[in-house]
Design a protein around this ligand. Structure first.
Ligand code: SF4
Length: 121
């Protein structure tokens, strides 16, 4: 009989925040406590390849604002978040810039861009 590991998680896909229990039996994951299928996908992804959307700010020049809010164009691996923040903290952007415009392309070779979250004249 395969060894069973149990972990508890809170699903962060929607505001309901279902409390999930995940049992790993051999190569199989059994998810309980989810209200919808997205909870199953989230739990398995969280245990096998956890990722996060990244939001932050970068320095901004030539504007009356001093910081520009930015976000990742897609989730990035959770274990790269701190390294990504180090890169973001070295970035300075010049106005004008439009919402969605990449300020750092392909951060840490993840294929994900860091993009402006607002338009600044
Ligand atoms: S399992 Fe479904 S309903 Fe529950 S928090 Fe996740 S996405 Fe929302």
């Amino acid at each position: 009989m395969p060894k069973i590991n149990t972990q508890e998680l809170v699903c962060i896909v929607c505001p309901i925040g279902c409390k999930l229990t995940v049992e790993k039996a051999g190569d199989e994951y059994i998810v309980k406590g989810n209200t919808c299928k997205r909870g199953i996908d989230y739990a398995i992804e969280e245990l096998t390849n956890p990722t996060r959307m990244l939001t932050s700010t970068v320095k901004l020049k030539d504007s009356h604002y001093v910081r520009l809010p930015v976000h990742s164009s897609a989730p990035i691996p959770k274990d790269l978040i701190f390294k990504a923040m180090e890169v973001i903290n070295t970035c300075t952007v010049k106005a004008p810039i439009i919402i969605g415009e990449p300020v750092i392309k392909n951060i840490l070779n993840t294929g994900v861009d860091i993009c402006s979250s607002r338009t600044v004249e």
